[in-house]
Design a protein around this ligand. Structure first.
Ligand SMILES: [Zn+2]
Ligand SMILES: [Zn+2]
Length: 190
């Protein structure tokens, strides 16, 4: 089966990318893949733009079927996600609720109350929590690719004030340039 675009028949499906419901009648994107439960195929539903951020290859494969009004945007966004392999992992940002989490790039603690970027890995048809980054460590982790737009996209629950504060921090934080420390824990690499 191929990927598809269709009007959502109900308002019950949730977008795999942002976790928010897809409204009835809204155009949704279905990524088709082998079922993770054995035989057959399964379809993962997304807002098309969320898929362009997080599943860029699937969007680029099926661009010809995308609604014409959205095609150029979807293509532009998806291409920012194929330019560097880690970029589609961005899952928004939040203030660290504690100081336990270590940054995936520098391996140092992320101080409580400071902004951290959330990462997810796509494995076996699911997005798995992939740890966190200091805002400044994005320079190394994403090799200089800008991820501001996608960071905001996947932080839909921030207040206007928090968004502003996040952007201020994002834009003023000195960027790390030396390579990230090698991974020491098991699991998804890099
Ligand atoms: Zn979404
Ligand atoms: Zn760091």
């Amino acid at each position: 089966m191929a990927h598809l675009y269709e009007a959502a028949p109900t308002g019950r499906s949730k977008c795999r990318g942002c976790g928010k419901p897809i409204a009835k009648g809204e155009i949704r994107f279905g990524e088709s893949m082998p079922s993770s439960f054995g035989e057959g195929e399964m379809t993962l539903w997304f807002h098309p733009l969320c898929a362009a951020y997080k599943r860029p290859e699937a969007i680029l494969e099926s661009l010809a079927d995308a609604p014409e009004a959205e095609r150029a945007t979807l293509e532009r966004v998806a291409k920012t996600g194929t330019a560097q392999e880690r970029v589609p992992r961005v899952d928004g940002a939040e203030r660290a609720p504690g100081s336990q989490a270590k940054c995936r790039c520098c391996r140092q603690a992320i101080p409580k109350g400071t902004w951290r970027m959330r990462l997810v890995f796509f494995e076996d048809g699911r997005f798995m929590p992939g740890g966190f980054l200091h805002l400044g460590c994005r320079g190394s982790y994403f090799e200089g690719q800008d991820v501001e737009e996608r960071m905001l996209r996947f932080s839909p629950d921030l207040t206007a004030e928090d968004r502003e504060d996040l952007l201020r921090a994002y834009r003023s934080e000195p960027l790390r340039t030396e390579p990230c420390e090698a991974a020491t824990e098991a699991g998804a690499s890099g």
